[in-house]
Design a protein around this ligand. Structure first.
Ligand SMILES: *Cc1c(COP(=O)(O)O)cnc(C)c1O
Length: 343
């Protein structure tokens, strides 16, 4: 694959596409410790055919972004939270944990080495970082691997859902992405494997993505496959579903905090019944990639429930978006410890 040059990237028209940048970070876990740590140019990973990552899905990933501020500083948003969540995913998948300082150092090295690809301040584009860890080689029975590769690569991105801050429609799915006592809380490929078919069906039917319902009774909203769900009730409460099979979104927890502390809104993590959507004035999907993507309408059993509007973002969603992205791009001060400057 040919390496892309920064001068050939159109930073004003980025979608969410892979690009082969000059550098990525790689480390190998062997003989009980992380070794051979550092930047590499090669984007291909050569692993043995018997790797548990390939057969049994012993792998996990993360997603975070580097933001360029108005005064040309580059910063990460709560990378310690991604490090911690990867540690939790690794624990569930019986993989060695990447220590938080190693994770943050690796992320910074990748950003620094690909600095020219951090989009200019101003249109919401960012450098997306994708950390991955996989069990490789040496075993064909169903057991955890003896060796692991940890890697972080990067690419400049724009909107994940094509609408950006313009609402798009979503549909509920008859499928489940994860079980209550399965791996829904871990950011692992297996959950995504289960979501590929329902996701493609949703796209084919003109929706941005599907919304999964609780895997027990299909009555309560869980999340959006790659983003968490939130709603703003008609009396101004920020509500987000609570379930053991939801991926704990850093963006979601940040919004819970900001809604409460910046907008003085009551917040609630609880049941969101799909047959009781009239209680909401607005709804959205939130995640690192999705940022905040307003949900115009949600289709369920053939009926489209429109929240605020199919064409315009609601006022509370817009406020939350401005506060969150304001902090991420350095235009406002966030809570202590949320921003990590890349020097
Ligand atoms: C990554 C992810 C999210 C969003 O989490 P953030 O930490 O906010 O990026 C939501 N749902 C799923 C299933 C995810 O994999």
């Amino acid at each position: 694959m040919a390496k892309v040059k920064a001068q050939d990237v159109d930073f004003n028209n980025l979608g969410f596409e892979y690009l082969d940048l000059p550098y990525r970070y790689q480390a190998t876990f062997k003989d009980g410790k992380w070794q051979d740590k550092g930047l590499v140019a090669e984007s291909n990973v050569v692993i043995n055919e018997d790797s548990p990552a390939l057969h049994y899905g012993q792998a996990a990933f993360e997603g975070l972004k580097a933001y360029r501020t108005k005064d040309d500083q580059i910063q990460l948003f709560r990378p310690d939270q991604n490090a911690q969540r990867l540690q939790n995913s690794c624990e569930r998948m019986l993989m060695p944990q990447v220590p938080t300082d190693m994770f943050i150092d690796a992320a910074k090295q990748v950003v620094k080495a690909n600095e020219d690809f951090v989009p200019p301040y101003g249109n919401g584009a960012t450098l997306y970082l994708r950390p991955i860890i996989m069990g490789v080689g040496g075993i064909i029975g169903v057991h955890p691997a003896q060796e692991y590769i940890f890697r972080i690569f990067a690419m400049p991105v724009g909107n994940y859902f094509k609408g950006g801050l313009t609402p798009t429609n979503f549909t509920t799915s008859q499928y489940d992405r994860a079980a209550h006592k399965g791996t829904g809380q871990s950011k692992v490929g297996g959950n995504y494997a289960a979501s590929l078919m329902p996701g493609e069906q949703a796209h084919k039917n003109g929706f941005s993505d599907c919304v999964y319902l609780d895997p027990v009774n299909h009555e309560k909203i869980e999340e959006v496959g790659s983003a968490n769900f939130f709603g703003i009730t008609k009396d101004g409460t920020f509500v987000t579903p609570k379930s053991p099979s939801i991926l704990p979104s850093v963006t979601k927890y940040s919004l819970l905090y900001l809604a409460e502390h910046e907008l003085n809104m009551p917040t609630e993590q609880g049941d969101v019944y799909v047959n009781d959507l009239d209680r909401f004035a607005e709804a959205g999907a939130c995640g690192t990639a999705a940022v905040i993507s307003p949900i115009g309408g949600l289709e369920h059993n053939g009926n489209l429930h429109v929240f605020y509007s199919e064409t315009e973002v609601g006022p509370v969603t817009k406020k939350l978006y401005d506060i969150l992205t304001g902090i991420q791009f350095g235009d406002r001060k966030g809570p202590d410890g949320w921003i990590e400057v890349v020097k």
